[in-house]
Design a protein around this ligand. Structure first.
Ligand SMILES: Nc1ncnc2c1ncn2[C@@H]1O[C@H](COP(=O)(O)OP(=O)(O)O)[C@@H](O)[C@H]1O
Ligand SMILES: [Mg+2]
Length: 347
């Protein structure tokens, strides 16, 4: 069979640029080279698309963007091009499928997915609408709440709302509360607020990341996650659990696990893990996910499952939570990549 051209897109005009470099490196290292021609496309922090033909190690250490290795390209929205156009030479690069290994805004939020839909190029992961809904923490909660799954109580605010109004509204929430940018990732812009005196600073900080913020009641429970893979009949990995010592799962903890631990399988009876998986699948379907996603929930002492968020392009290094959960049920990282490409192509 002819090798298919797979474009792996990395970087991105997002606060999670560096996280993407790590995920993409793992995908590049583990994709089956005998099956696919790998075409690398880096997006700079400024949002410029570049075809990259240099050494792989320049990606994780962020030195890939050098003129001897890169050429400016654009994804052509003309369907007959079906791929990239080099801006200097106008030469076309045919793509069979795109694997966006991008996190956060402009990569995971439906914008790039929309462009690929317009260009009629198959791609890995959730479609534009589903990606956008999962990125919006409030809208995702509203849709999931309608299916009788519990979600944290919350309010959203924009710069139109005075601080007085914010204070008055959040009086109805039990402390601690979580102040977050509406569309964030990797815990950027999030503060756990224990007392009202910390509120102003937390609000200002969250606005640095988004023009809309969400303030949620804190859920007293531990965090559990489910890795889901598939379109119509997805498979679900083993449930994991985050053990926190203090605070919350912030950027430092997520990527360095200083005091926290990921425990797999979660220390919950099998029957409860099954209930968590069923809830995760219902959330995945409700939000129209396809390909893959990691569904994060809280599990409380009184055995309630409360939805937190869906990551439509979850952290994707070979030791990240998503592949680890699937490894528990027998899938290697290379198998997962293969399956994702198949799923993207068959849609
Ligand atoms: N309502 C909440 N109750 C308790 N902890 C929360 C709540 N919201 C967020 N957290 C903590 O903050 C972390 C990051 O929040 P999350 O909404 O998942 O943002 P991100 O998209 O940046 O991962 C969570 O993993 C959890 O540790
Ligand atoms: Mg999260």
């Amino acid at each position: 069979m002819k090798k298919r051209n797979v474009a792996i897109i990395f970087g991105g005009c997002s606060s999670e640029y560096s996280v993407s470099l790590m995920s993409a490196t793992s995908v590049i290292e583990n994709i089956k080279k005998e099956k696919y021609n790998v075409i690398l496309v880096g997006i700079t922090k400024e949002g410029n698309f570049k075809l990259y033909k240099g050494p792989i190690e320049n990606i994780p250490n962020d030195t890939w963007n050098q003129s001897q290795y890169t050429e400016k390209v654009t994804i052509s929205c003309n369907r007959e091009d079906h791929g990239l156009i080099k801006l200097a030479s106008h030469e076309k690069v045919h793509l069979d499928i795109v694997f966006p290994v991008l996190h956060g805004r402009n990569g995971e939020d439906g914008r790039l997915q929309g462009l690929l839909e317009l260009a009629n190029i198959p791609y890995v992961g959730c479609e534009s609408l589903s990606s956008a809904l999962c990125m919006d923490k409030y809208k995702a909660h509203e849709l999931v709440r309608n299916t009788n799954i519990k979600v944290p109580e919350s309010f959203i605010f924009t710069h139109q709302d005075s601080f007085e109004k914010i204070k008055e509204k959040v009086q109805n929430l039990n402390y601690p509360i979580f102040v977050k940018p509406l569309t964030s990732g990797s815990s950027y812009g999030i503060t756990k607020v224990e007392e009202e005196v910390q509120l102003q600073e937390a609000v200002t900080y969250a606005y640095e990341f988004d023009s809309t913020i969400i303030i949620e009641e804190g859920i007293d429970g531990f965090e559990v996650g489910c890795a889901i893979l598939g379109n119509e009949n997805p498979i679900i990995g083993e449930v994991d659990e985050i053990e926190l010592q203090e605070g919350f799962f912030d950027f430092q903890e997520k990527y360095n696990l200083i005091t926290s631990k990921i425990i797999l399988p979660a220390r919950i009876p099998l029957k409860e893990r099954t209930r968590i998986k069923e809830t995760a699948l219902k959330i995945y379907k409700t939000l129209g996910c396809q390909g893959f996603a990691r569904v994060d929930m809280f599990y409380t002492k009184d055995a309630q499952i409360i939805f937190n968020e869906v990551n439509t392009i979850p952290g994707f290094t070979s030791h990240s939570r998503y592949p680890s959960m699937l490894k528990e049920i027998g899938y290697t990282f290379s198998d997962i990549i293969d399956k994702l490409i198949e799923l993207g192509q068959s849609r």
